[in-house]
Design a protein around this ligand. Structure first.
Ligand code: GAL
Length: 491
């Protein structure tokens, strides 16, 4: 009898496995009176019905798609209760819309063309990838930006008829190349999927791959991007580097980024602004002041001379010490996630990283509160890569509203323990073994600045590991890691 009661209680309290779960950020920043698009990320079998309580009047929700559109409300904070229902149950989540001066209140999540295609991109490729962001389910976990990188416009002097020709029209407006016949239609298409779309250019005369850039046309180009309907700009220093006389001068390095920021501010659209200048003049110290929502802190992760793992760990672990400058609205960017099918040695192929290295990569980017920009081919996602990208407990740590960048709290030889404070008072901890053989790693409470009994949860496997006091110890494989969430029990 007792057992039946237990089962009954469990059945009513525990959410059914197939009940919806609302994922993604819990806070969303916009500027007032701009076009608004947010798709509620929710997992669970369809059909699903969405509703929202407390939605500002200027916004409307499509109850079938979960898409919120309209015009962002006047300055203020709006707490909305999002709800998703399917035949297995209902999920509810509080969602704060902050209409003010700051975008990217949590690290942006999306995808970029660069590491799967370099400059060999086209309208068709971008549409197929947008389709795949939806059909793979990535959109249901909070991925929302489809970012076009270098190679979309004209390459002055190129003999290739597809990318050569006039870079601007008679009025100086930027022209896309022949592989992008209608940029507005492409932006509309991506928006029609509930996603956002990003574009790429630089402040110099040319981009890194030799395509036309914005030097002398900054405002005009920004206006063109807005007319087409873009939502995001990656601004890549490249040839402007030669125009900087003192490479350590903050003023000189900041100038082109401030200029484009001023141009973006005048537009009637929200643009998330990504500074890409490889960490010059300690960009993390002034990237936010220059208007950046995230800034690359290093050279490319993909420019690995030795192995990819060596480069991933060099770039990722070197974010330590930069945590002071990261937070809501402005994030350190250690570059994209090179997992799944990526261009490697100029060929589209599976990432050379081992499974343990890939877990460590995503663990590190998540505890760092780094933007999660997938670099692989979304039309060729295998289950392992999809699982790595869509673990909602891992994403919750990345997207936590406190917006802390995790930092190392203990190091010894090749082993490290990192920690990140979370908004609900719990703590994320990541244990890493960067060495070439198995190692024991202990997360000690005194290093984590916590006390007493802790409920320890393994976030990757969604398993409660039990109560621990003083420390948690694990044996980690070569290049392996563990990500935990610890909740104090004696409060
Ligand atoms: C690099 C940049 C890469 C990619 C590339 C395009 O400078 O760091 O992320 O955008 O240029 O040519």
């Amino acid at each position: 009898m007792k057992r039946i009661w237990c089962l009954l209680i469990f059945a009513t309290v525990a959410p059914a496995a197939d009940a919806p779960r609302i994922n993604g950020p819990k806070v969303y920043g916009v500027h007032p009176a701009r076009p608004f698009l947010y798709t509620i990320p929710a997992t669970g079998p369809r059909p699903m019905k969405f509703s929202a309580r407390g939605l500002p009047r200027s916004l409307k929700l499509d109850s079938n798609t979960g898409r919120i559109t309209g015009t962002s409300p006047e300055r203020g904070e709006y707490t909305v209760t999002l709800r998703a229902r399917n035949s297995h149950g209902t999920a509810e989540r509080a969602f704060r819309i902050v209409s003010g001066d700051t975008l990217a209140l949590t690290p942006p999540m999306g995808w970029s063309t660069w590491y799967m295609a370099y400059a060999q991109i086209s309208d068709q490729l971008v549409r197929a990838q947008a389709d795949a962001m939806v059909s793979s389910g990535l959109i249901q976990h909070g991925y929302s930006y489809i970012n076009i990188d270098d190679g979309w416009n004209v390459k002055p002097g190129s003999p290739d008829p597809e990318v050569g020709g006039a870079a601007r029209d008679g009025e100086g407006n930027l022209l896309p190349n022949k592989k992008f016949p209608d940029m507005k239609a492409l932006c509309d298409y991506v928006h029609s999927k509930g996603l956002k779309i990003g574009i790429y250019i630089g402040p110099g005369p040319l981009t890194c791959a030799g395509y036309e850039a914005s030097y002398g046309h900054e405002e005009q180009d920004a206006r063109q991007f807005a007319r087409w309907g873009f939502d995001f700009l990656k601004y890549d220093l490249c040839s402007y580097r030669k125009l900087i006389k003192d490479r350590n001068s903050v003023e000189e390095n900041e100038k082109p980024y401030l200029a484009m920021h001023a141009a973006l501010e005048k537009l009637d659209r929200d643009f998330v602004y990504n500074l890409c200048q490889y960490g010059l003049a300690n960009v993390w110290e002034w990237g936010r002041r220059a208007g950046g929502n995230f800034w690359r802190t290093t050279g490319d992760v993909g420019s690995a001379k030795a192995g990819l793992w060596e480069r991933v760990s060099e770039v990722g672990f070197s974010q330590a010490g930069k945590e002071k400058w990261a937070g809501p609205g402005g994030w350190n960017d250690p570059d994209n996630l090179l997992i799944g099918q990526i261009l490697w040695h100029r060929k589209l192929q599976p990432t050379p990283l081992t499974a343990d290295e890939q877990y460590s990569y995503v663990t590190l980017w998540s505890i760092l509160a780094a933007p999660l920009v997938f670099g692989g081919d979304m039309t060729k996602l295998d289950d392992f890569t999809l699982d790595l990208l869509t673990n909602d407990e891992v994403i919750d740590i990345n997207q936590d509203v406190l917006g802390r960048q995790g930092a190392p709290v203990w190091k010894s030889g090749d082993t490290e323990v990192w920690a990140k404070d979370l908004a609900d008072g719990s703590k994320a901890a990541a244990l890493f073994n960067r060495g070439e053989s198995e190692a024991d790693v202990a997360a000690r409470w005194r290093d984590l600045s916590i006390r007493g009994k802790q409920a320890v949860r393994d976030v990757w496997s969604h398993t409660d590991l039990g109560e621990y006091d003083g420390e948690f110890r694990a044996r980690l494989p070569k290049h392996g890691s563990r990500m935990l969430r610890l909740r104090g029990l004696n409060r």
